[in-house]
Design a protein around this ligand. Structure first.
Ligand code: BG6
Length: 491
C-alpha cells in the first residue's frame, strides 16, 4: 500500500557528498526512491550525487540502478526507477578541491528558490573542509541545511573540534546531526505511547518501575568495516549515540511541545543527570566482550581477531553491557541496563520496562513470573508493543499466568514500514529538527562515556570473550543477577 504524502514538501536540491559510497547506495537513494514511488516528492525535487569514482552521469546511473535493484528488492521496478533516475544529477567532484565548488554553485543557482540540503555521507575528517568550501561559494546561506553522519568524533575533544569547525560556516539551526535510531517508527511510537495517553505517565517513575532494559543486538559482524570498527568499538559505535538516545526517550520529562528545542532540552537534562562512572563503577557496572568464532543463523563464522582490518591482539569490544543510573527525583534508584553487541544470537532491538511487583499478594500460589507487569517496545526485527499482565489460568485453582496485550504495527496499520532514513530525510527537507541531535547533547553523551573509555584503555584487563551466536559473556547475566534481575529474553 502506498503511503500518502500529506504535508507538502517544498522543491529541494538534495546534495549527497560521498555519492558513490555505501551509505548512499544502501540507504539514502533507496529511501528517496521509496518516497518518490509513494508520490511524496515534489516534481522539482533534484538529487545531486557527488563523487570521484564514476566518470559520468551514465556510469553513475548504471551503478545506482544495480544497487537499487539489490537493496529495494520487490519495490524496484523499471518504470518508477526511470522517473526517479530523472531526478539524479551526477557531478564528478573532489570534495577537497575548492575550485570545483563553482560548478556545484552554478548548478544549484539554476533554481535559487529550492531548499538546499547538503548531506555529508563522507568520513568526518572531510566535514570541515566541505563546509568551508561550500561557504566560499555562498552555499551556506539562507535555507541551506547540512546533515552530518556519525561518527562525529572519537572522543569529546574531537567531536567538539568538528562541531566548532562546522559551526563556523553553518548556524546550529542549519545543522542536522543524524542518529538513525531516532527515525525508527517504534521510537516515535514511544513518544506517542508516553505523551499521547494518560495511562502510562503516572506510572512512569521510580515508585512503579523497577528497572529498564535497552537491548540492541545484531547477528552481523564487522561487515568489511574492520578498519573503522577496530578503532571505535561498541561503546562508541552504538552506546554513545543510539542507546543513549533511546534512554533519553524513555527517561525524559514530558516536553511542553514537540518543538525541536522543547524535546532536545528534556533529553539534555537526562544526559546531564546520568551518574558519572568512577574507576570502581567501570569495574563493577560495565562488561565488555569480544566474539570468538562460533555460528550465527546456522552458519559458522570466524572470530573478531580473524576479521580483516583488525589489529593483532586487538582489545576492541564488540559487546557492552552496563548499568546506568539517572540522578533525578523520577529515576533515583532505578537501574537502566544497556546492552549491545555484534555476532549475537538474534537481531533484536527492544526497550523493556519492568514494573514493580504488587506490594502484597493475596494469592496463595505465586505466579510463574515474578514480574507482574512489563512493557516491551520492540524496534527490531518487528515493531510491536506488548504489555504483560497477570491473569488467572483457566481451571479450578487460582493460578496466575503471564499473558500479554499485543500491538503489532505491521498487522494493525498494514502499510509499508518506512526506513528510518526516509523519515529523517523528509524531516530535513521540511526543516524539522526534533529528531536530530543538538550539539550540547552530543557533548554530554561524550562526557559520560569518556571515563569508561579511559578506564578500559588504562586497565590491564581484556574484553571477555564470547562465542559468536550467543547472548554475550556470562558476566553480562551476572551484572543483572547481582541485583536480582535477568535480561528479558532469558526471563
Ligand atoms: C550503525 C553502526 O550506526 O548502526 C553499525 O555503525 C550498526 O555498526 C548499525 O550495524 C545498526 O543499525 P540498525 O538500524 O541495522 O540496527
Amino acid at each position: 500500500m502506498r503511503n500518502q504524502g500529506t504535508i507538502s514538501i517544498q522543491p529541494f536540491d538534495m546534495v549527497l557528498f560521498g555519492g558513490t559510497g555505501d551509505l548512499v547506495m544502501r540507504k539514502l537513494l533507496p529511501a528517496l526512491y521509496h518516497q518518490h514511488q509513494d508520490g511524496c516528492l515534489p516534481e522539482a525535487g533534484r538529487i545531486l550525487c557527488l563523487g570521484r569514482s564514476q566518470p559520468d552521469q551514465d556510469a553513475y546511473l548504471a551503478m545506482a540502478k544495480k544497487a537499487a535493484q539489490q537493496y529495494l528488492g520487490e519495490y524496484f521496478n523499471d518504470q518508477d526507477w526511470g522517473g526517479f533516475a530523472g531526478r539524479i544529477v551526477y557531478l564528478k567532484l573532489d570534495a577537497q578541491d575548492k575550485a570545483a565548488y563553482a560548478a556545484l554553485a552554478d548548478k544549484l543557482n539554476e533554481l535559487p528558490e529550492h531548499v538546499r540540503v547538503f548531506y555529508l555521507a563522507t568520513a568526518p575528517d572531510l566535514f570541515a573542509g566541505i563546509c568551508e568550501n561550500l561557504a566560499s561559494v555562498g552555499l551556506n546561506k539562507g535555507g541551506s541545511r547540512v546533515v552530518l553522519e556519525k561518527p562525529l568524533g572519537h572522543d569529546l575533544a574531537s567531536s567538539q573540534a568538528i562541531n566548532a569547525q562546522v559551526g563556523r560556516y553553518f548556524k546550529e539551526s542549519q545543522i542536522y546531526r543524524i542518529d538513525h535510531y531516532l527515525g525508527k517508527e517504534a521510537v516515535q511510537n514511544l513518544l506517542a505511547l508516553r505523551f499521547g495517553n494518560t495511562l502510562f505517565e503516572p506510572l512512569w517513575r521510580r515508585e512503579w518501575i523497577r528497572d529498564v532494559q535497552i537491548t540492541v543486538t545484531e547477528q552481523v559482524g564487522v561487515e568489511g568495516r574492520g578498519d573503522f570498527y577496530d578503532k571505535a568499538g561498541a561503546l562508541r559505535d552504538m552506546v554513545q549515540n543510539h542507546l543513549l538516545q533511546l534512554l533519553c526517550m524513555v527517561a525524559m520529562e514530558p516536553p511542553a511541545s514537540i518543538d525541536p528545542d522543547a524535546v532536545r532540552d528534556e533529553k539534555l537534562k537526562i544526559l546531564r543527570a546520568l551518574r558519572p562512572f568512577s574507576a570502581q563503577d567501570v569495574a563493577t557496572k560495565t562488561v565488555r566482550g569480544q566474539y570468538r568464532s562460533g555460528a550465527t543463523a546456522g552458519k559458522p563464522v570466524i572470530g573478531y581477531q580473524d576479521e580483516s582490518g583488525i589489529a593483532q591482539a586487538s582489545r576492541t569490544e564488540t559487546f557492552v553491557a552496563m548499568k546506568a543510573e539517572i540522578d533525578t527525583w523520577r529515576w533515583a534508584g532505578v537501574p537502566f541496563y544497556l546492552r549491545t553487541g555484534k555476532r549475537m544470537q538474534e537481531r533484536l532491538a527492544e526497550i523493556v520496562i519492568n514494573f514493580r511487583e504488587v506490594p502484597h499478594s493475596i494469592f496463595a500460589m505465586p505466579p510463574e513470573s515474578q514480574t507482574a507487569n512489563r512493557l516491551v517496545i520492540r524496534l527490531q526485527p518487528e515493531e510491536s508493543v506488548k504489555l504483560y499482565l497477570l491473569a488467572k489460568q483457566p481451571g479450578d485453582r487460582m493460578k496466575l499466568r503471564s499473558v500479554h496485550l499485543d500491538l503489532d504495527f505491521d498487522e494493525t496499520f498494514k502499510t509499508r514500514r518506512l526506513d528510518a532514513y526516509e523519515r529523517l530525510l523528509m524531516d530535513v527537507i521540511r526543516g524539522q529538527l526534533t529528531l536530530f541531535m543538538r550539539r550540547d547533547e552530543l557533548d554530554e553523551a561524550w562526557k559520560w562515556v569518556e571515563p569508561i573509555l579511559d578506564n578500559w584503555e588504562q586497565s590491564d584487563d581484556t574484553p571477555k570473550t564470547y562465542t559468536a551466536g550467543t547472548w554475550g559473556p556470562a558476566a553480562s547475566s551476572a551484572l543483572l543477577s547481582r541485583d536480582g534481575f535477568c535480561w528479558h529474553e532469558e526471563g
